[in-house]
Structures are given as structure tokens and as C-alpha cells.
Design a protein around this ligand. Structure first.
Ligand SMILES: Nc1ncnc2c1ncn2[C@@H]1O[C@H](COP(=O)(O)OP(=O)(O)OP(=O)(O)O)[C@@H](O)[C@H]1O
Length: 296
């Protein structure tokens, strides 16, 4: 007998736009992540990747568009997004440096513990049971990332690569269905990068979908089932690693070479046309010459 695995949509971002004053950092981006998938989000510096992540996780309220997790539109509030089932790591390490490795993971569990403030303060039987279960799960996660033997070390004393792994364990502690990783291998040596690749595959094998921003193309193309490319806030291409690697526009965007239909081209053309029109009218209309006597 064959078993059928059904694919479900875990994340559905529709027409997400984020403006900061006059700057449109993300323009009408749609993205879907399905169960069992590792999806990559790449693009040159300043393309809007982190801004898009911030819209997905409720850190930013998108100017337009919606983000749904397993069919339910999420309110743009980080704690509600986490309790719904989306966890993330950040580009820069955000551990509690003076807490132990274990405590850092336990912090990540707070959205999954139902015991309230009074129960915690009175340390009643319900609280003790929940605390023991949290401790057990946190140790399981440390075991999973290979840091169980360092559970009582201070986070700040871990080598860089292990700090990044600990961040992932803390994110996993909220029992997510989708994990967002923002440059998980930044600053890592090739060996640490390979270990992180294995870890991401193991996370996916546990049934957690992964969306990852990464500048390391080898990492992206090795790992991802699908890759979306953002350029100047717009999604330029989306497809398998092969499709994306073969797309000349992607290479051009990375090299900063102009190409036909590039995001932002329309705006540039409009500005150029307006400037040209202004120049023509200045030349033909007496009294509109803005040159100074020195220029002439
Ligand atoms: N809070 C903010 N206020 C104003 N502008 C912002 C803000 N956050 C990001 N931006 C701008 O939005 C654009 C996209 O930035 P973002 O950090 O999302 O890009 P990125 O693709 O993640 O870049 P990198 O790969 O360098 O991390 C940039 O022009 C950036 O300066």
C-alpha cells in the first residue's frame, strides 16, 4: 500500500507592500510556502528581504496586503504570529547573553505554556508539571542541535556558530509549523555552514516548513525546493534552483547591470521623461531659463 502525503499551504502572503515615507521597500509581493518545503528568498543588498520577513512576522504592519498562516489571516502582532505557529531568527544574533543555553531555549517556550502569572508565582502543582515538561522539551531541542552538553553554559561563552544554532533551538521551542531564518550562515566558516545545512534539512524532516533568506548561493541552491528573487522590492522570478540559476535577469540584478523590464524601470523612465520635458520647455519658453549668468 502506498501512503499519500498531502501538501497544504502553510504560508500565503498576498500583495504585500511596505512603504517607509516615500520609499517602497516591498512592492506587491506574493509568496506561498507549502508543508514539507524549504523556500529561499534571495536578492541583492537592500532588495527588501528583511522588510518582507518583518511584514510576515508582524514586526511591521504592511501598508497593503495580507499574510495568512494555514488559511487564517494573521494580525500584525509578533506574539500572535508566534503563537499561531511562525517562528523566526534574526540577521543579528539576539540571544540573552547572560542566561544559560537552557534558559534561552526555555524563554522560547513561553508562548506554548498555558500556566498563568499566579500559577508561576505560587509555584503550584500545575506550574511544576508544566515547568518539568518545558525543561524536558528544551533538553530535547538542545540534543537535536547538538548542544545538550552545554545546557548550563552562558550563551555568551558559546562560539559564534553555536550561538546561531541556539537561536534556531529557541525559535523551535515555540513549536512552529513554519520557521523563518534570516541569514542563518552569516559569519560562519564553510564547516559551520555545512552543519547548518544539515540542521535545516533535519528541521524540514520534522515537518516544519522553512523560509530562508541567505546570501550564500551554494546553501540556497543545495537546499531549497523553490527560490524567490527580490529586486528593488519586487519579486523578479520564482522557481526551482535550476530555473533561477538559468535566469539572466537574476545575474544582471546581482551585478547591477540594467535589463529590460527591471523592477523600478518604469519609475526611472517616468523621471527621465519628466526631466526631458522640463529641459525642452526651458529651451523653448522664454523666461523659464533657470541658468545663472555664470552658467552662460
Ligand atoms: N525601518 C525602516 N525605515 C526606513 N527604511 C527602511 C527601514 N527598513 C528598511 N528600510 C529600507 O528598505 C529597503 C530594503 O531594506 P531591507 O533591509 O529589507 O533589504 P534586504 O534585502 O534585507 O537587504 P540586506 O541583504 O542588505 O539585508 C532599504 O532601502 C532600506 O534602507
Amino acid at each position: 500500500m502506498t501512503t499519500m502525503t498531502t501538501t497544504t499551504t502553510v504560508l500565503e502572503a498576498k500583495d504585500v507592500t511596505m512603504r517607509f515615507g516615500g520609499l517602497t521597500a516591498v512592492r506587491s509581493v506574493g509568496l506561498t510556502v507549502n508543508s514539507g518545503e524549504i523556500v529561499g528568498l534571495i536578492g541583492p543588498n537592500g532588495a527588501g528581504k528583511t522588510t518582507f520577513f518583518n511584514c510576515l512576522t508582524g514586526l511591521y504592519v504592511p501598508t497593503e496586503g495580507t499574510v495568512a498562516y494555514k488559511g487564517t489571516v494573521l494580525p500584525p502582532k509578533p506574539h500572535l504570529v508566534t503563537s499561531a505557529g511562525i517562528a523566526r531568527t534574526f540577521q543579528n544574533i539576539r540571544l540573552f547573553a547572560n542566561m544559560t543555553v537552557l534558559e534561552n531555549v526555555l524563554v522560547g517556550r513561553h508562548t506554548r505554556t498555558k500556566e498563568g502569572l499566579w500559577s508561576a508565582l505560587l509555584r503550584g502543582p500545575g506550574f511544576k508539571k508544566a515547568e518539568a515538561a518545558s525543561h524536558e522539551r528544551a533538553m530535547e531541542l538542545l540534543d537535536f542541535i547538538g548542544l545538550a552538553h552545554k545546557a548550563d553554559h552562558l550563551a555568551r561563552n558559546l562560539p559564534y556558530g553555536e550561538q546561531r544554532k541556539l537561536e534556531i533551538a529557541r525559535a523551535l521551542a515555540s513549536e512552529p509549523g513554519l520557521l523563518l531564518l534570516d541569514e542563518p550562515t552569516a559569519g560562519m566558516n564553510p564547516q559551520e555552514t555545512r552543519v547548518t545545512e544539515e540542521l535545516v534539512l533535519a528541521i524540514r524532516d520534522q515537518g516544519i516548513a522553512v523560509l530562508v533568506i541567505e546570501h550564500d548561493m551554494r546553501f540556497i541552491f543545495n537546499l531549497c525546493d523553490r527560490v524567490a528573487v527580490l529586486v528593488q522590492g519586487e519579486k523578479l522570478v520564482e522557481g526551482t534552483s535550476e530555473v533561477v540559476q538559468a535566469d539572466e535577469r537574476v545575474i544582471a540584478a546581482y551585478l547591477g547591470t540594467p535589463f529590460e523590464g527591471a523592477p523600478g524601470d518604469e519609475e526611472v523612465a517616468e523621471v527621465e521623461a519628466a526631466e526631458a520635458a522640463q529641459e525642452t520647455s526651458a529651451k523653448t519658453t522664454p523666461g523659464t531659463d533657470t541658468r545663472t549668468e555664470d552658467d552662460q
